[in-house]
Design a binder for this molecule. Structure first.
Ligand SMILES: [Zn+2]
Length: 411
């Protein structure tokens, strides 16, 4: 399986300048190529091929106006052209219905939140014996290696985020055989209901809330945003406040990803099969629940569950939205119709069980996946278990848990 590993980079002053130059050059090359293609389209000419763009780049370097492109690794510039090709391919595939629709490629700006450049093996980048990341025409940059790479990557992407932090990220191949031995088989299965009152409710009756470190980061972000709104437009203080907000945003995103990693790793480690209700996130987002849906970041969490299940040989089930998980009694299976959102608990008219709305839904999710729940203890009112306590039991080395600019995605 291919996984993305990201690590924090700490470039010094001259390296930051060199990186800024590289980001800028990559952006100019991208924008020049995009303009060439857009002009051709406006003139009714055929699509300009990558080969032609590549030759145009070589020619441009010889001109006075673009001579400074020579100060940057040629590979970075070529990769920028590749990125444009990918953006076009995604756009065309979207039009053909081969993938979700995306807009046409857009011009990049120095004000974009994320700046990135890529070095392939051709660029001769390397990891020095001292553990620095050696980048051509930039230098040996200090890296904080938060965990070991499972294999040697051939490509590195260097990213600067909105908060001004630098990261390097690698796509590496993991060994499926070692992955499987790291998580022994179990008999347990779990159904997960992603709720609005809690982050997640498990079919064993546990209700999981976001941990304290995440809530603290969110509070800080809110304070930073309030402070920003009080600053006069165009003032120096407003600029400072904006940077603070961006940093706080970054910390919230990191904390949330960390929480999702811990919880998904724990669930995958402890269960042989995991069932989750399919998120029609977009459908939900149209309602007034939108904010809470986005904040909870469920889709990031479900994506992690899915790839970790694949990596460690667990079954992963997605239950369709059409299953009325809150309308059916999880004990006797009698469907007694929809209930208003404020009804958190009711007694089943058929079997007399007192049902907790969320837990009932989680048990129904696991049943809908065709998995047997050992005991339906769920209807007994559960004790509220804070997520942190369980996280203390997770083994940080059991699965990827890393601060990253882009998160770990299955590629
Ligand atoms: Zn019943």
């Amino acid at each position: 399986m291919q996984l993305r590993y990201s690590f924090r980079l700490y470039p010094n002053g001259p390296q930051r300048s060199a990186l800024a130059r590289a980001f800028g050059c990559a952006r100019v090359v991208y924008n020049d190529a995009l303009r060439t293609r857009e002009d051709a389209r406006a003139a009714g000419l055929p699509f300009v091929s990558s080969g032609v763009l590549s030759k145009a780049l070589t020619e441009a370097k010889k001109t006075e106006a673009r001579s400074w492109l020579g100060e940057v690794s040629a590979v970075v510039l070529q990769q920028s052209l590749r990125d444009l090709d990918t953006a076009y391919r995604n756009f065309f595939d979207g039009l053909k219905g081969k993938r979700p629709r995306t807009g046409p490629p857009r011009f990049k700006s120095r004000k974009d939140n994320r700046q990135a450049i890529r070095f392939t093996a051709n660029a001769r980048w390397s990891i020095t014996t001292g553990g620095d990341l050696s980048l051509p025409k930039i230098g040996d940059v200090r890296v904080k290696w938060s965990r070991a790479l499972p294999s040697v990557p051939s490509t590195v992407t260097v990213v600067k985020d909105a908060a001004g932090r630098y990261f390097c990220s690698f796509v590496v191949e993991t060994d499926p055989a070692t992955d499987l031995t790291r998580m022994p088989q179990t008999q347990a299965v779990v159904g997960i209901d992603l709720g609005l009152t809690h982050f997640a409710i498990l079919s064993d009756g546990r209700k999981i809330d976001s941990p304290k470190f995440l809530r603290r980061a969110e509070k800080k972000l809110k304070r930073a945003q309030q402070s920003l709104s009080r600053k006069a437009k165009g003032s120096k203080n407003r600029d400072k406040a904006r940077i603070k907000v961006a940093r706080a945003h970054g910390r919230v995103a990191d904390a949330r990803r960390e929480f999702h990693h811990q919880l998904s790793t724990e669930l995958i480690r402890d269960n042989q099969a995991v069932a989750v209700e399919n998120l029609a996130v977009k459908a939900l987002a149209r309602t007034r629940m939108a904010k809470s849906v986005h904040d909870a970041g469920w889709s990031q969490f479900v994506t992690m569950l899915e790839y970790k299940a694949a990596r460690y040989g667990r079954a992963f089930h997605r239950i369709g939205r059409f299953e009325p998980t809150s309308q059916v009694c999880c004990v006797c299976g009698v469907k007694d119709g929809p209930k208003a959102l404020n009804v958190r608990e009711w007694t089943c008219g058929a079997c007399g069980t007192v049902l907790d709305r969320d837990i009932n839904a989680a048990v129904n999710v696991v049943k809908a996946a065709g998995l047997a729940v050992s005991a339906c203890r769920a209807q007994v009112r559960p004790v509220l278990v804070p997520a942190q306590r369980d996280e203390a039991g997770t083994r940080p080395n059991a699965a990827p848990s890393v601060r990253s600019a882009e998160g770990i995605a299955v590629l």
